[in-house]
Design a protein around this ligand. Structure first.
Ligand code: GDP
Ligand code: MG
Length: 457
């Protein structure tokens, strides 16, 4: 799979002190193969690998990351960029209702998605109305009604001719239109929403198994009639290389403002996602991840990139470490590291403040792979513990901070008094500190970067 291959590629980079041009070329070649394997379209692969190569060979130097980590970060950044950058929010109309039109091939997941989106919006306090403008298949309307029922929302359906089971929809002299005309149904549905005070209208439409000019025209007519705020193009993530042509045909035929990637729960590894977002320049806004109403996710380009890279949240961790890592401190640590000097309580304090800068410690530790067995301990972890530790270190004299072994019984009780803790807490701290010193010595042997959590693998 794509993620397996990329993981293997990055594994090879770990532990490299410096990346040569041939390392970069080999890595880019691997990434290229992995992307092609995952059905990413060739032009997209080319653009992507060019971006990665340029940046990897460029003069970006990071103090906080080793070269292997830097390449991982570059690949991730470029993936996020190609996936649309920031998460795009649904564009709500200034004057409700917000009208959302769904388009896509038959079987792509439009009707299922209509229910999911309605439920999501309902849970956010909206008042959505589903409109059944797929009159192509006899049971399409019934299917949307079932979906609406599951989502606990109302469906405007022409066959029943009512909204919510009590309001009769009359053919109010629209002339040429009838209940069989999807354009009329869409228009009548939006009209009902205005009258009844629904603030979001989701219009389900028909699709064929292949791109079809008649249905494209129909979707265009519906669009022109109801002037939607959003046209969401729903695409099955499992259709592989066909994704690009289909997406371009719909962009040309109806145009759309956002993409919904459905069936991401299947085997699809995100190749379609990369291609569609890149060739259409339209953001992916939602992911459909199953057949149930709840199986919907707001699409986050950064999370999808991590999913494709299959690196847990290591990348987030790298970014936070970069932010928090003070360069002066890095230089100082590096110097000590090389000079084989011992880790002191001064360093300990600095590291603690760096960790604090990284934000919530619990979530940080949980992001690190292989922390499973620590989950329980984390659940009981009290961040105020940090403050107590800091108080203890601050109660030490400068001599004690650099000579922890000299902290005898009377010094321990003085520190305990000074920081308002018990002597046994001071003992525990000193024990843990020795553990940290030991770890630093091991890292020195292993050639790891001081101040950075070691990379997994
Ligand atoms: P439409 O023709 O575009 O309206 O597509 P449907 O909503 O009727 O979906 C077609 C089929 O795909 C149905 O059997 C759905 O249950 C299934 N389906 C839709 N979305 C998903 C999804 O995200 N994951 C999975 N596994 N199945 C889905
Ligand atoms: Mg449908």
């Amino acid at each position: 799979s794509l993620s397996d291959r990329l993981t293997a590629t990055f594994q090879n980079l770990r532990g490299k002190g410096r990346l040569s041009e041939s390392d970069v070329n080999a890595t880019v070649r691997d990434i290229r193969m992995a992307l092609l394997d995952a059905d990413v379209a060739l032009p997209v692969v080319k653009e992507f690998t060019r971006g990665v190569r340029e940046r990897a060979l460029g003069s970006e130097v990071s103090q906080a990351l080793n070269p292997g980590q830097q390449v991982v970060k570059i690949v991730n950044d470029e993936l996020v960029k190609i996936l649309g950058g920031e998460t795009r929010q649904l564009q709500l109309a200034k004057n409700p209702p917000t009208v959302i039109l769904l388009a896509g091939l038959q079987g792509s997941g439009k009707t299922t998605f209509a229910g999911k989106l309605a439920k999501l919006l309902k849970d956010q306090g909206h008042y959505p109305l589903l409109v059944a403008a797929d009159l192509q298949r006899p049971n399409a309307v019934t299917q949307l009604e079932v979906v609406a029922d599951r989502a606990g929302v109302v469906c405007f359906a022409p066959e029943q001719g009512n909204v919510g089971g009590h309001d009769a929809v009359t053919d109010s002299g629209e002339g040429t239109h009838s209940f069989g005309d999807p354009v009329w149904v869409a228009k009548a549905g939006v009209g009902q929403a205005k009258v009844r005070g629904y603030d979001v209208v989701i219009v389900d439409t028909a699709g064929r198994l292949a791109v079809d000019e008649n249905l494209m025209q129909q979707a265009r007519n519906i669009r022109d009639e109801i002037q939607p705020d959003e046209v969401l193009f729903v695409i099955d993530a499992m259709i592989g290389q066909a994704a690009v042509d289909t997406a371009l045909a719909f962009q040309d035929g109806v145009d759309f403002t956002g993409v919904v990637l459905s069936k991401l729960d299947g085997d699809a590894r995100g190749g379609a996602a990369l291609s569609v977002a890149s060739v259409t320049g339209r953001p992916i806004m939602y992911a459909s991840i199953g057949e149930q109403t709840k199986d919907i996710e707001v699409f986050h380009p950064d999370r999808m990139a991590s999913r494709i890279l299959d690196m847990g949240d290591v990348l987030t961790l790298i970014e936070q470490a970069e932010k928090a890592f003070d360069q002066r401190q890095a230089a100082e640590m590096q110097r000590k590291f090389l000079a084989d000097e011992d880790f002191t309580f001064h360093d300990f304090l600095e590291q603690m403040s760096a960790i604090k800068k990284m934000g919530n410690l619990k979530s940080l530790l949980q992001m690190m792979p292989g922390m499973g067995q620590m989950k329980e301990q984390l659940a009981n972890f009290d961040e105020r513990e940090f403050d107590r530790v800091e108080a203890m270190v601050r109660s030490m004299t400068p001599f004690e901070r650099t000579h922890p072994k000299q902290i005898n019984g009377s010094r321990r009780s003085r520190i305990a008094k000074g920081s308002g803790v018990t002597v046994s807490e001071v003992n525990q701290l000193l024990e843990r500190f020795q553990g940290a010193q030991k770890m630093m010595r091991q890292m020195r042997k292993g050639g790891g970067m001081p101040g950075m959590p070691p990379m997994p693998g």
